[in-house]
Design a protein around this ligand. Structure first.
Ligand SMILES: [Fe+2]
Length: 295
């Protein structure tokens, strides 16, 4: 399985479009039948989309099964766990750039979609900034950190219903929070695709941040330069996470952050799950945003 796509419901689509294309360097994919606008990172039709609305939050976490067998097996797991889901029609699936699609609401209303397979685009992929490639393949596009009242509830749901596994747990200081607790969950070799987190305070959004992974350090650095030139708020300067990733964080127009990184660890069957006591080896200097969000 992989985190195949992410959707956000946002108020200022134009500001987001500028962030996605000019700063992050995604390729516009045009408007979908449901009015959402898509963006490409590779040869697939769509990897991120924006929907206009008031939520200022993630509206679709696209978990893509690796084939129809895994898709059917996951539907069976949902049924076994008494999770209700809605089977979407071909038009809705097409708007996501997939063949088959179901939608469901996880704990705390986390909007999850199960899909397979991702459609191949009819036109070639032409990156906005050639040479700055994304690390995707079978790993998915990156990860989402979800801010929830009880991370254990969210993690159990993902383990039971979607077969996620623990890579690490974490309990330590982050961005002014003394004991930020995070479960780093994998659904393939990527160290984490979803990370339920509990930070001991009431938060306005489900998404803390989303991360997209570059193939190279230069890809991260060149994006960092554009973020600074564009005057975006840098929430965390460049740093090295304890999961190996070299990354920085900056604020989206919706208040939460995006993270651009590279060199994150990959896990295998011999991986040992330990509790991390800190989240960074160096760097990631924190600058609170004018309108605070975490992390
Ligand atoms: Fe992250």
């Amino acid at each position: 399985m992989q985190l195949g796509y992410i959707g956000f419901e946002v108020g200022d689509v134009d500001a987001w479009r500028r962030l996605f294309t000019e700063v992050i360097g995604l390729m516009p994919a045009g408007e979908n039948a449901d009015g959402s606008v898509g963006f490409r990172m590779d040869e697939r039709t769509q990897r991120l989309f924006l929907r206009e609305g008031q939520a200022e939050d993630v509206c679709a976490i696209g978990l893509c099964a690796d084939g129809t067998e895994e898709y059917a097996a996951t539907l069976a797991r949902l049924t076994t766990n008494n999770v209700e889901f809605e089977i979407m029609d071909a038009t809705a699936a097409n708007a996501r750039g997939v063949e088959r699609l179901v939608q469901l609401s996880g704990p705390y209303g986390v909007p999850i979609e199960l899909a397979t397979p991702l459609q191949a685009a009819k036109t070639p992929f032409t990156p906005r900034y050639p040479g700055e490639e994304w690390l995707i393949g079978d790993l998915g596009i990156g990860h989402i950190l979800l801010l929830v009242p009880d991370k254990a509830v969210m993690s159990r749901f993902l383990v039971d219903c979607f077969g996620f596994r623990y890579s690490n747990t974490g309990k330590g200081p982050w961005n002014g929070v003394e004991d930020a607790e995070v479960d780093f969950l994998n659904c393939n070799a990527r160290h984490h695709s979803l990370a339920p987190a509990t930070v001991g305070q009431r938060l306005p959004q489900l998404v803390g941040h989303f991360m997209l992974e570059r193939k190279t350090v230069d890809g991260v650095g060149l994006t960092y330069d554009r973020v600074r030139e564009d005057g975006l708020h840098v929430t965390n300067e460049l740093g090295r996470h304890t999961d190996g990733a070299l990354s920085f964080y900056a604020q989206t127009p919706s208040g939460f952050d995006f993270e651009i990184g590279t060199e994150g660890f990959q896990v295998d069957d011999d991986w040992e799950v330990v509790e991390l006591k800190s989240y960074s080896n160096w760097g990631h200097a924190f600058h609170p945003a004018p309108s605070p969000t975490w992390p």
